[in-house]
Design a protein around this ligand. Structure first.
Ligand SMILES: Cc1cc2nc3c(=O)[nH]c(=O)nc-3n(C[C@H](O)[C@H](O)[C@H](O)COP(=O)(O)OP(=O)(O)OC[C@H]3O[C@@H](n4cnc5c(N)ncnc54)[C@H](O)[C@@H]3O)c2cc1C
Length: 402
């Protein structure tokens, strides 16, 4: 019988120590404190860019990319350890649009012109990037998107509207799905365009959110002129590139490290909050909820590690990405719900989103300050990147042939 060894290889353990020391030296107190006080789901765009620039000095800003485009050549396990250490140290996320989504699409399908124009800028953290996919009425049903790009010589003229475009107000460029051919099957008429967001004809409107944030935007495109050289890959192949991108987005959406960090915060609450003089950690109800979540999180972590090692991996990669997305996003919500339940009345208070406006926050335990805002943000974890129901549909079709 094979014996499972849960110990980390000594070389990987040494790698972990090296990464930990480097992050310790490079991560500024401002960035760390900003993340600890932040009540949104991801880092503020400016903080993400600052961290990208710091990492780039070590050649670590896009470690998972191929070496020729600035990657490190690290193994999947080394990347996993690097990401875990960054999260544990409260480093900001790197810019997902660039590093996880658009960058891989450009180096896999883009022209030499686009590779030279964008990849070094993404790697250096020169600017933020927005994802222009969803439209009013065409979120889950993305293949029916209506934003039209008409080719005229060496330009496209783009008209339409996008919605829920994260951080568009703070972004210089966006990667957009547009309809270049209305006369073919929905998926076959879609193309993938890079559009500069200060181009005349673009209007960006921020959408106020329940937690006081206004990160999501509407993007209106009115006769926007885009050079045809900004087309990624071939016209009409945008749907294929988008599926490639969404698999990347969903695999990283398992949020293991974030969930481990939030579970640790839940344990801290359980140790410090009490009911009838008894710490909640001794209360059988909360104790069993903590343990159940910990078991689910451990199972998810080992599933991800198994996928990384590609051992025994015989399922469709898209279905696997959807499974990880479901498990990770549900855990985000259940950990947060547990935190809220344990905080009781202390969770009734919604602090202002901006830490500078939280005047009386020091009177409250630090762990209560951002819980309510995070609870509101976490509702979206089973929506963005493709909803829970859509992921279940993908699994049914691809893994079980239903
Ligand atoms: C915080 C946040 C950030 C986002 N960031 C971006 C971004 O940066 N760029 C971008 O392009 N988009 C972004 N989105 C949009 C996101 O991708 C869409 O909201 C999502 O795909 C769902 O689309 P929809 O909102 O149109 O809902 P709908 O598609 O209208 O869905 C409504 C409900 O119907 C269900 N449903 C729909 N179709 C089916 C079906 N076939 N089977 C079963 N159930 C179904 C859905 O699961 C959902 O519960 C973001 C969303 C959020 C909440």
């Amino acid at each position: 019988m094979a014996i499972m060894n849960f110990e980390l290889d000594p070389a990987l353990e040494a790698f972990r120590q090296e990464v930990r020391a480097a992050i310790d030296a490079d991560l500024t107190l401002e960035l760390k404190a900003g993340m600890q006080a932040y009540a949104g789901s991801q880092a503020e765009p400016d903080d993400a860019l600052t961290w990208m620039r710091i990492l780039n000095k070590r050649g670590w800003s896009v470690p998972h990319w191929p070496i020729e485009y600035g990657g490190t050549g690290w193994s999947a396990m080394q990347l996993y350890i690097f990401n875990e250490e960054c999260c544990n140290a409260w480093a900001p996320d790197t810019c997902w649009g660039e590093t996880q989504m658009c960058g891989p699409v450009i180096y896999t399908f883009g022209s030499d012109y686009l590779k030279e124009k964008f990849l070094p800028a993404f790697r250096r953290g020169d600017y933020y990037l927005a994802q222009g996919f969803s439209e009013p009425g065409n979120g889950s049903d993305l293949a029916r998107l209506r934003t039209a790009a008409r080719r005229e010589g060496n330009i496209y003229i783009v008209n339409g509207q996008k919605i829920w475009t994260s951080s568009a107000y703070a972004s210089k460029w966006g990667f957009f799905l547009v309809r270049t051919d209305p006369n073919v099957k929905s998926q076959a008429g879609i193309s993938f365009l890079m559009i500069k967001l200060d181009t005349p004809g673009i209007t960006i409107r921020r959408i106020p959110q329940l937690n006081g944030e206004a990160d999501l935007c509407e993007v209106f495109l009115d006769n926007v002129v885009v050079p045809a050289e900004n087309l990624i890959g071939e016209e009409g192949k945008g749907w294929t590139y988008a599926k490639f991108l969404l698999d990347h987005e969903r695999t990283t959406s398992s949020f293991i490290f974030f969930n481990k960090r939030e579970l640790a915060r839940a344990k801290m609450i359980a140790q410090n909050e009490a009911q009838d003089g008894e710490p909640l950690i001794r209360n059988p109800h909360f104790r069993s909820r903590l343990l159940r979540i910990e078991a689910e999180l451990t199972a998810l972590e080992w599933s991800v590690l198994r996928e990384l090692s590609h051992e025994d991996f015989k399922y469709d990669a898209t279905a696997a990405a959807s499974t990880l997305k479901i498990a990770g996003s549900r855990l985000q919500q259940s950990i947060n719900e547990l935190q809220m339940d344990m905080l009781g009345a202390k969770a009734m208070r919604a602090f202002p989103f901006d830490p500078a406006d939280r005047e009386d926050a020091p009177l409250w335990p630090g762990y209560a300050e951002t819980a309510t805002s995070r609870a509101l943000v976490m509702r979206a974890a089973t929506i963005y990147g493709g909803t829970l129901q859509i992921q279940k549909g993908i699994i049914a079709k691809l893994a079980f042939d239903l």
